[in-house]
Design a protein around this ligand. Structure first.
Ligand SMILES: *Cc1c(COP(=O)(O)O)cnc(C)c1O
Length: 389
């Protein structure tokens, strides 16, 4: 059999983890919509006993995304939060975690309002500043959890630098790679231990599934994650797995278009007098543009900056008026779909982050975040232009 990992990213996106169905020859992996599997005699079976533990459609998805992230192991979950919660289950009471300070609002909420009740402690620091990470590490620190770029301020953390530090200190480095997708960033290749995704976003990309996935190389941690996946049971259904598997086939095409559309829109916004501050890692004005150029690379070594742009419109009222006037963009939470979305983090995705904490990290009330889809870019620019008038 061909070793799929040696094939190109785009080829893996279509083929990895999948083979024609042995019964019918169906080229598409079937949706194994079953809860259990028939055994020939007690304990004699085809490797499947009960569908929480294993399902062939789920396994195909796990192998597919693992190939894209350059991982040996993948574990799919029913949501991004279920995947992230599983990572905290690797820890024990008394452990401390250093977390990037503008992570996804739901991650912040889960760490602070749920896991903190179980004897875990969290320090939220600006991990884009390496000295802050060094200061935050304590003798009981076990894990560093980052998102890069962060949501919605698009701050970057140098993954390779942090990975070297974590190896030295014997800490686990977990990276939420949702924003870049494996097409534009592969943290394991930079030394991270664990990658997590909300596959709800770019991996699925069609706004019709909530899902999550964990990818890693270490065999003993993988064994534990597999154990937790089965024990805690937050597994995705086979139909959702099938949808994501269908979607990853076009991940390279979609990511290239998201990236090129967002680049054009960012350059348009820079020229517009009503827009005050534009945050996009692809702009030379982004404080970490050089790091983005080095760290966010497509499989062929060309930099990419993704489809997320944040910008300020001066006041809450102007931001609100803009959100109400767009026609092609839809006002909605979430991101990473083929259709363009617009949101207001302070009142939507980050409403669960207290106002003083939002202020501290620089998330202003007039900040607007767009998830640039793959529509014809001139239609998107025209829509923004008329809404800004
Ligand atoms: C959406 C999101 C999550 C949570 O994922 P769900 O699938 O909604 O549970 C985690 N991290 C990031 C960066 C996200 O955008």
């Amino acid at each position: 059999m061909i070793e799929k990992k040696q094939l190109d990213f785009a080829t893996n996106a279509i083929h990895a983890g999948q083979k024609p169905d042995s019964d019918s020859g169906a080229i598409m992996t079937p949706i194994y919509q079953t809860s259990t599997y028939v055994q020939e005699s007690p304990g004699v079976h085809k490797g499947y006993e009960y569908a929480r533990t294993a399902n062939p459609t789920r396994e195909a998805l796990e192998a597919n995304v693992a190939a894209l992230e350059g991982a040996r192991f993948g574990f799919a979950f029913s949501s991004g939060m279920a995947a992230i919660s599983t990572l905290t289950n690797l820890l024990q009471q008394g452990d401390h975690v250093v977390v990037a300070d503008n992570v996804y609002g739901g991650t912040y909420r889960f760490f602070q309002q749920v896991m903190a009740n179980f004897g875990l402690t969290f320090s939220f620091v600006d991990t884009s500043d390496f000295s802050r990470v060094e200061e935050a590490v304590r003798p009981n620190t076990r894990m560093i959890f980052i998102e890069t770029p962060t949501n919605p301020l698009l701050r970057l953390t140098d993954i390779a630098q942090l990975a070297t530090f974590c190896k030295h200190k014997d800490l686990l480095l977990a990276v939420d790679n949702t924003f870049m997708s494996p097409y534009f960033q592969r943290p394991l290749s930079l030394g991270a231990d664990i990658v997590v995704h909300s596959s709800t976003k770019y991996l699925n990309g069609h706004s019709d599934v909530v899902g999550g996935i964990v990818l890693l190389n270490d065999e003993s941690i993988a064994e534990r994650i597999g154990f937790l996946q089965n024990s805690a049971g937050a597994v995705p259904g086979p139909f959702d797995c099938w949808l994501v598997l269908r979607a990853t086939k076009t991940l390279p095409l979609r990511m290239r278009q998201h990236n090129s559309n967002a680049g054009e829109i960012a350059r348009f916004l820079v020229e517009h007098p009503k827009v005050e501050k534009i945050i996009y890692p692809g702009l030379p004005s982004h404080p970490q543009h050089e790091l983005a150029k080095k760290q966010q690379l497509d499989p062929y070594g060309k930099p990419g900056y993704g489809g997320m742009i944040s910008f300020e419109l001066g006041s809450f009222e102007r931001g609100k008026a803009f959100l109400e006037k767009v026609r092609v963009f839809s006002l909605a939470e979430s991101l990473g779909g083929v259709e363009s979305l617009i949101s207001h983090p302070a009142s939507m995705t980050h409403a669960s982050v207290p106002a003083d904490e939002r202020q501290r990290i620089g998330l202003s009330d007039s900040l607007v975040r767009i998830s640039v889809g793959v529509e014809y870019v001139d239609d998107l620019i025209q829509d923004i232009e008329q809404a800004l008038e």
